[in-house]
Design a protein around this ligand. Structure first.
Ligand SMILES: [Zn+2]
Length: 359
Protein backbone atom coordinates (compact mmCIF):
# COMPACT_ATOMS: atom_id res chain seq x y z
CA UNK A 1 0.00 0.00 0.00
CA UNK A 2 1.40 3.41 -0.90
CA UNK A 3 0.47 6.68 0.79
CA UNK A 4 1.02 10.39 0.52
CA UNK A 5 0.99 12.65 3.59
CA UNK A 6 0.76 16.40 3.45
CA UNK A 7 0.47 18.48 6.60
CA UNK A 8 2.25 19.19 9.86
CA UNK A 9 5.04 16.75 10.81
CA UNK A 10 6.48 16.09 14.28
CA UNK A 11 8.88 16.75 15.82
CA UNK A 12 9.25 20.32 14.73
CA UNK A 13 5.65 20.98 13.75
CA UNK A 14 6.62 22.23 10.28
CA UNK A 15 4.51 21.75 7.19
CA UNK A 16 5.93 18.97 5.02
CA UNK A 17 4.98 16.13 2.74
CA UNK A 18 6.27 12.61 2.38
CA UNK A 19 5.27 9.28 0.89
CA UNK A 20 5.07 5.72 2.18
CA UNK A 21 6.27 3.28 -0.40
CA UNK A 22 7.14 -0.41 0.12
CA UNK A 23 6.48 0.11 3.82
CA UNK A 24 9.07 2.86 4.20
CA UNK A 25 9.03 6.65 4.42
CA UNK A 26 10.38 8.58 1.45
CA UNK A 27 10.57 12.27 0.72
CA UNK A 28 10.85 11.57 -2.99
CA UNK A 29 7.49 11.87 -4.78
CA UNK A 30 5.94 8.46 -5.48
CA UNK A 31 2.60 7.05 -6.57
CA UNK A 32 0.02 6.88 -3.76
CA UNK A 33 -3.32 5.05 -3.32
CA UNK A 34 -4.08 6.72 0.01
CA UNK A 35 -4.05 10.44 0.81
CA UNK A 36 -3.38 11.45 4.42
CA UNK A 37 -3.54 14.98 5.76
CA UNK A 38 -3.43 16.69 9.12
CA UNK A 39 -0.79 16.16 11.80
CA UNK A 40 1.69 13.26 11.55
CA UNK A 41 3.39 12.02 14.72
CA UNK A 42 6.02 9.22 14.66
CA UNK A 43 4.27 6.02 15.80
CA UNK A 44 3.81 5.72 19.56
CA UNK A 45 5.80 3.50 21.88
CA UNK A 46 4.05 2.01 24.89
CA UNK A 47 7.20 1.62 26.96
CA UNK A 48 5.52 -0.54 29.62
CA UNK A 49 2.90 -2.87 28.22
CA UNK A 50 2.32 -6.58 28.81
CA UNK A 51 0.47 -8.50 26.10
CA UNK A 52 1.62 -11.77 27.71
CA UNK A 53 0.02 -11.04 31.10
CA UNK A 54 -3.75 -11.11 31.56
CA UNK A 55 -5.81 -10.39 34.64
CA UNK A 56 -8.09 -13.39 34.22
CA UNK A 57 -7.49 -16.79 32.69
CA UNK A 58 -4.34 -17.79 30.88
CA UNK A 59 -2.41 -15.66 28.42
CA UNK A 60 -1.93 -17.06 24.95
CA UNK A 61 -0.86 -15.77 21.57
CA UNK A 62 -4.42 -15.34 20.29
CA UNK A 63 -5.27 -13.09 23.23
CA UNK A 64 -1.86 -11.39 23.00
CA UNK A 65 -2.49 -10.54 19.35
CA UNK A 66 -5.94 -9.10 20.11
CA UNK A 67 -4.54 -7.02 22.99
CA UNK A 68 -1.72 -5.66 20.84
CA UNK A 69 -4.30 -4.63 18.23
CA UNK A 70 -6.16 -2.63 20.92
CA UNK A 71 -2.91 -0.73 21.42
CA UNK A 72 -2.37 -0.24 17.68
CA UNK A 73 -5.84 1.32 17.44
CA UNK A 74 -4.64 4.28 19.55
CA UNK A 75 -1.37 4.64 17.64
CA UNK A 76 1.03 2.23 19.37
CA UNK A 77 3.57 0.85 16.89
CA UNK A 78 6.22 -0.36 19.34
CA UNK A 79 5.55 -2.27 22.55
CA UNK A 80 8.27 -2.54 25.18
CA UNK A 81 7.17 -5.51 27.25
CA UNK A 82 8.81 -5.46 30.69
CA UNK A 83 8.30 -9.07 31.66
CA UNK A 84 6.07 -11.83 30.40
CA UNK A 85 5.87 -15.53 31.23
CA UNK A 86 4.42 -16.15 27.77
CA UNK A 87 6.94 -16.02 24.94
CA UNK A 88 5.24 -13.51 22.64
CA UNK A 89 7.98 -13.62 19.99
CA UNK A 90 5.78 -15.62 17.52
CA UNK A 91 3.80 -12.35 17.14
CA UNK A 92 6.82 -10.71 15.51
CA UNK A 93 6.20 -9.74 11.90
CA UNK A 94 2.49 -10.64 11.95
CA UNK A 95 0.47 -8.28 9.80
CA UNK A 96 -0.85 -5.24 11.59
CA UNK A 97 1.09 -5.82 14.80
CA UNK A 98 3.62 -3.48 16.41
CA UNK A 99 7.28 -4.27 16.87
CA UNK A 100 8.27 -5.54 20.31
CA UNK A 101 11.13 -4.88 22.71
CA UNK A 102 11.17 -7.84 25.11
CA UNK A 103 12.70 -8.78 28.44
CA UNK A 104 11.69 -12.41 28.90
CA UNK A 105 10.39 -13.37 32.35
CA UNK A 106 10.96 -10.78 35.02
CA UNK A 107 12.96 -11.83 38.07
CA UNK A 108 11.53 -11.64 41.60
CA UNK A 109 11.70 -13.54 44.89
CA UNK A 110 9.27 -16.06 46.35
CA UNK A 111 6.58 -14.25 48.41
CA UNK A 112 7.89 -10.92 47.16
CA UNK A 113 5.79 -10.47 44.02
CA UNK A 114 2.38 -11.24 42.55
CA UNK A 115 1.81 -14.95 43.06
CA UNK A 116 2.49 -17.05 39.98
CA UNK A 117 4.06 -14.27 37.94
CA UNK A 118 7.64 -14.09 36.70
CA UNK A 119 10.59 -16.18 37.83
CA UNK A 120 10.56 -16.25 41.64
CA UNK A 121 13.90 -17.14 43.22
CA UNK A 122 14.21 -18.76 46.65
CA UNK A 123 17.13 -16.61 47.73
CA UNK A 124 18.55 -13.21 46.67
CA UNK A 125 21.98 -14.79 46.10
CA UNK A 126 20.51 -16.61 43.08
CA UNK A 127 20.00 -13.34 41.21
CA UNK A 128 23.34 -13.40 39.40
CA UNK A 129 22.68 -16.88 37.96
CA UNK A 130 19.13 -15.92 37.00
CA UNK A 131 20.40 -12.83 35.17
CA UNK A 132 23.04 -14.98 33.43
CA UNK A 133 20.30 -17.31 32.13
CA UNK A 134 18.08 -14.43 31.08
CA UNK A 135 20.94 -12.68 29.28
CA UNK A 136 21.68 -15.91 27.38
CA UNK A 137 18.16 -15.74 25.91
CA UNK A 138 19.29 -12.64 24.05
CA UNK A 139 16.60 -10.12 24.99
CA UNK A 140 17.71 -6.48 24.81
CA UNK A 141 16.51 -5.82 28.37
CA UNK A 142 16.24 -7.71 31.66
CA UNK A 143 13.60 -6.75 34.23
CA UNK A 144 13.97 -7.12 37.98
CA UNK A 145 11.42 -6.54 40.67
CA UNK A 146 13.27 -3.99 42.80
CA UNK A 147 10.90 -3.65 45.74
CA UNK A 148 7.68 -5.18 47.02
CA UNK A 149 5.89 -5.50 50.32
CA UNK A 150 7.98 -7.39 52.90
CA UNK A 151 5.24 -8.91 55.03
CA UNK A 152 7.55 -9.32 58.05
CA UNK A 153 8.52 -5.66 57.94
CA UNK A 154 4.99 -4.58 56.98
CA UNK A 155 6.22 -2.13 54.36
CA UNK A 156 7.76 -1.87 50.92
CA UNK A 157 11.39 -3.06 51.00
CA UNK A 158 14.17 -3.84 48.50
CA UNK A 159 14.44 -7.45 47.27
CA UNK A 160 18.18 -7.57 46.64
CA UNK A 161 21.37 -6.64 48.54
CA UNK A 162 23.40 -3.91 46.84
CA UNK A 163 26.45 -6.10 46.13
CA UNK A 164 24.32 -8.77 44.43
CA UNK A 165 22.68 -6.09 42.27
CA UNK A 166 26.04 -4.65 41.25
CA UNK A 167 27.31 -8.08 40.18
CA UNK A 168 24.08 -8.99 38.34
CA UNK A 169 23.81 -5.71 36.44
CA UNK A 170 27.48 -5.74 35.44
CA UNK A 171 27.01 -9.26 34.13
CA UNK A 172 23.94 -8.19 32.11
CA UNK A 173 25.84 -5.27 30.61
CA UNK A 174 28.78 -7.51 29.67
CA UNK A 175 26.26 -9.76 27.89
CA UNK A 176 24.84 -6.76 25.98
CA UNK A 177 21.55 -6.40 27.85
CA UNK A 178 20.18 -3.35 29.64
CA UNK A 179 18.46 -3.73 32.99
CA UNK A 180 15.37 -2.11 34.43
CA UNK A 181 13.48 -2.56 37.68
CA UNK A 182 10.01 -2.22 39.09
CA UNK A 183 10.29 0.21 42.02
CA UNK A 184 7.41 1.77 43.97
CA UNK A 185 9.15 3.06 47.12
CA UNK A 186 12.22 5.10 48.05
CA UNK A 187 14.57 2.57 49.62
CA UNK A 188 15.38 0.30 46.67
CA UNK A 189 16.39 3.17 44.40
CA UNK A 190 19.91 4.05 45.68
CA UNK A 191 21.13 0.45 45.42
CA UNK A 192 19.73 -0.02 41.92
CA UNK A 193 21.07 3.31 40.68
CA UNK A 194 24.52 2.70 42.17
CA UNK A 195 24.58 -0.76 40.61
CA UNK A 196 24.32 0.85 37.17
CA UNK A 197 20.69 0.18 36.27
CA UNK A 198 19.56 1.61 32.92
CA UNK A 199 15.92 2.45 33.65
CA UNK A 200 13.33 2.56 36.42
CA UNK A 201 9.69 1.47 36.01
CA UNK A 202 7.13 3.42 38.12
CA UNK A 203 9.68 5.30 40.27
CA UNK A 204 6.95 6.76 42.48
CA UNK A 205 9.43 6.91 45.37
CA UNK A 206 11.95 9.17 43.63
CA UNK A 207 13.39 11.87 45.91
CA UNK A 208 15.51 14.94 45.18
CA UNK A 209 18.67 12.86 45.70
CA UNK A 210 17.70 9.93 43.51
CA UNK A 211 16.33 12.29 40.86
CA UNK A 212 19.76 13.94 40.70
CA UNK A 213 21.41 10.56 40.15
CA UNK A 214 18.90 9.67 37.42
CA UNK A 215 19.76 12.89 35.58
CA UNK A 216 23.52 12.57 36.09
CA UNK A 217 23.63 9.03 34.72
CA UNK A 218 21.00 9.42 31.99
CA UNK A 219 18.77 6.71 33.49
CA UNK A 220 15.34 6.44 31.82
CA UNK A 221 12.09 6.62 33.79
CA UNK A 222 8.80 5.02 32.75
CA UNK A 223 6.49 6.43 35.42
CA UNK A 224 3.30 4.60 34.38
CA UNK A 225 1.33 7.45 35.96
CA UNK A 226 -2.01 5.77 35.28
CA UNK A 227 -0.77 2.72 37.22
CA UNK A 228 0.31 4.87 40.17
CA UNK A 229 -3.26 6.27 40.11
CA UNK A 230 -4.31 2.74 41.14
CA UNK A 231 -2.26 2.79 44.38
CA UNK A 232 -5.24 3.61 46.65
CA UNK A 233 -6.99 0.46 45.41
CA UNK A 234 -3.82 -1.55 46.14
CA UNK A 235 -3.52 0.06 49.58
CA UNK A 236 -7.15 -0.28 50.68
CA UNK A 237 -7.28 -4.09 51.16
CA UNK A 238 -4.01 -3.93 53.16
CA UNK A 239 -5.10 -1.27 55.65
CA UNK A 240 -5.86 -3.63 58.56
CA UNK A 241 -3.03 -6.11 58.20
CA UNK A 242 -0.27 -3.83 56.87
CA UNK A 243 -1.19 -0.28 57.90
CA UNK A 244 2.32 1.15 57.39
CA UNK A 245 2.45 -0.26 53.87
CA UNK A 246 -1.04 1.01 53.07
CA UNK A 247 -0.20 4.52 54.30
CA UNK A 248 3.07 4.43 52.36
CA UNK A 249 1.32 3.49 49.09
CA UNK A 250 -1.29 6.19 49.65
CA UNK A 251 1.42 8.79 50.30
CA UNK A 252 3.32 7.78 47.13
CA UNK A 253 0.04 8.20 45.26
CA UNK A 254 -0.76 11.55 46.81
CA UNK A 255 2.56 13.12 45.87
CA UNK A 256 2.84 11.48 42.43
CA UNK A 257 2.40 14.62 40.36
CA UNK A 258 4.87 16.51 42.53
CA UNK A 259 7.39 13.65 42.22
CA UNK A 260 7.12 13.38 38.44
CA UNK A 261 7.05 17.15 37.93
CA UNK A 262 10.29 17.41 39.91
CA UNK A 263 11.80 14.60 37.86
CA UNK A 264 10.78 16.31 34.64
CA UNK A 265 12.02 19.73 35.74
CA UNK A 266 15.36 18.26 36.84
CA UNK A 267 15.81 16.71 33.39
CA UNK A 268 15.05 13.00 33.89
CA UNK A 269 14.40 11.26 30.55
CA UNK A 270 10.77 10.14 30.87
CA UNK A 271 8.79 7.79 28.62
CA UNK A 272 5.10 6.92 28.38
CA UNK A 273 4.04 3.46 29.54
CA UNK A 274 0.62 2.19 30.58
CA UNK A 275 1.37 -1.05 32.48
CA UNK A 276 -1.47 -2.60 30.50
CA UNK A 277 -1.93 -6.26 31.38
CA UNK A 278 -1.94 -5.74 35.13
CA UNK A 279 -4.61 -3.47 36.50
CA UNK A 280 -4.79 -1.35 33.38
CA UNK A 281 -6.53 -2.08 30.09
CA UNK A 282 -4.84 -1.98 26.69
CA UNK A 283 -5.35 1.00 24.42
CA UNK A 284 -4.76 3.37 27.35
CA UNK A 285 -1.67 5.17 26.04
CA UNK A 286 -3.55 8.42 25.29
CA UNK A 287 -4.58 8.46 28.97
CA UNK A 288 -0.95 8.12 30.04
CA UNK A 289 0.09 10.90 27.63
CA UNK A 290 -2.60 13.12 29.17
CA UNK A 291 -1.33 12.26 32.67
CA UNK A 292 2.21 13.18 31.60
CA UNK A 293 0.90 16.47 30.20
CA UNK A 294 -0.04 17.40 33.77
CA UNK A 295 3.67 17.51 34.67
CA UNK A 296 5.28 18.61 31.39
CA UNK A 297 4.25 20.67 28.34
CA UNK A 298 1.89 18.90 25.88
CA UNK A 299 4.46 18.55 23.10
CA UNK A 300 6.91 16.96 25.57
CA UNK A 301 4.27 14.48 26.72
CA UNK A 302 3.76 13.51 23.07
CA UNK A 303 7.54 13.24 22.63
CA UNK A 304 7.70 10.92 25.66
CA UNK A 305 5.38 8.54 23.81
CA UNK A 306 6.74 9.16 20.33
CA UNK A 307 10.03 10.37 18.88
CA UNK A 308 11.95 10.49 22.15
CA UNK A 309 10.90 6.98 23.15
CA UNK A 310 11.63 5.70 19.64
CA UNK A 311 15.12 7.16 19.80
CA UNK A 312 15.67 5.65 23.25
CA UNK A 313 14.83 2.18 21.99
CA UNK A 314 16.53 2.50 18.62
CA UNK A 315 13.56 3.11 16.30
CA UNK A 316 13.69 5.80 13.62
CA UNK A 317 11.09 8.55 13.33
CA UNK A 318 9.65 10.00 10.11
CA UNK A 319 12.93 9.70 8.22
CA UNK A 320 13.99 8.72 4.72
CA UNK A 321 13.82 4.91 4.27
CA UNK A 322 12.65 4.27 7.85
CA UNK A 323 9.82 1.72 8.29
CA UNK A 324 6.65 3.84 8.34
CA UNK A 325 5.07 4.06 11.80
CA UNK A 326 2.66 6.99 12.01
CA UNK A 327 -0.17 8.39 14.05
CA UNK A 328 -2.19 10.91 12.05
CA UNK A 329 -4.59 13.39 13.65
CA UNK A 330 -7.09 15.66 11.94
CA UNK A 331 -6.49 18.39 14.53
CA UNK A 332 -3.41 19.60 16.40
CA UNK A 333 -2.70 17.00 19.13
CA UNK A 334 -0.79 19.57 21.23
CA UNK A 335 -3.81 21.81 21.43
CA UNK A 336 -6.15 18.90 22.16
CA UNK A 337 -3.86 17.72 24.94
CA UNK A 338 -3.65 21.19 26.44
CA UNK A 339 -7.46 21.01 26.57
CA UNK A 340 -7.27 17.67 28.41
CA UNK A 341 -7.25 14.72 26.00
CA UNK A 342 -5.91 13.50 22.67
CA UNK A 343 -8.46 12.94 19.90
CA UNK A 344 -8.79 9.54 18.25
CA UNK A 345 -6.29 9.27 15.39
CA UNK A 346 -7.67 9.61 11.87
CA UNK A 347 -5.11 7.04 10.69
CA UNK A 348 -2.46 4.75 12.16
CA UNK A 349 0.30 3.29 10.01
CA UNK A 350 2.15 0.36 11.54
CA UNK A 351 5.21 -1.01 9.75
CA UNK A 352 4.03 0.61 6.53
CA UNK A 353 0.47 -0.71 6.62
CA UNK A 354 -2.70 1.20 7.39
CA UNK A 355 -4.27 -0.16 10.58
CA UNK A 356 -7.98 -0.92 10.90
CA UNK A 357 -9.39 1.64 13.30
CA UNK A 358 -12.63 1.29 15.25
CA UNK A 359 -15.28 3.56 13.70
ZN1 LIG B 1 4.35 -3.96 34.54
Amino acid sequence: MSMHFSGVVFPGGEHAEFWVSDGAVTFEPAAADVELTGYAVPGYVDAHCHVGIVEEGEPDLVRGRALALEDVAVGVTVIREPGSDLDTSPLDGQEGLPRFVRMGRHIALVKRYTRGLGEQLEDPSQLVDAVRHRAAEGHPWIKLVGDWIDRDAGDLAPLWPDDVLAEAITLAHDAGAQVTAHVFGEDALPGLLDAGIDAIEHGSGLTDDTIDVMVERGIGLVPTMIQVENFPSIAAPAVDKYPVYARHMQALHDRREETYRKAWEAGVAMYAGTDAGGFNPHGALPREIAALAAVMPPEEAIAAASWRARQWLGFAGIEQDAPADLVVYATDPRRALADGALPAPSAVVVRGELADLPR
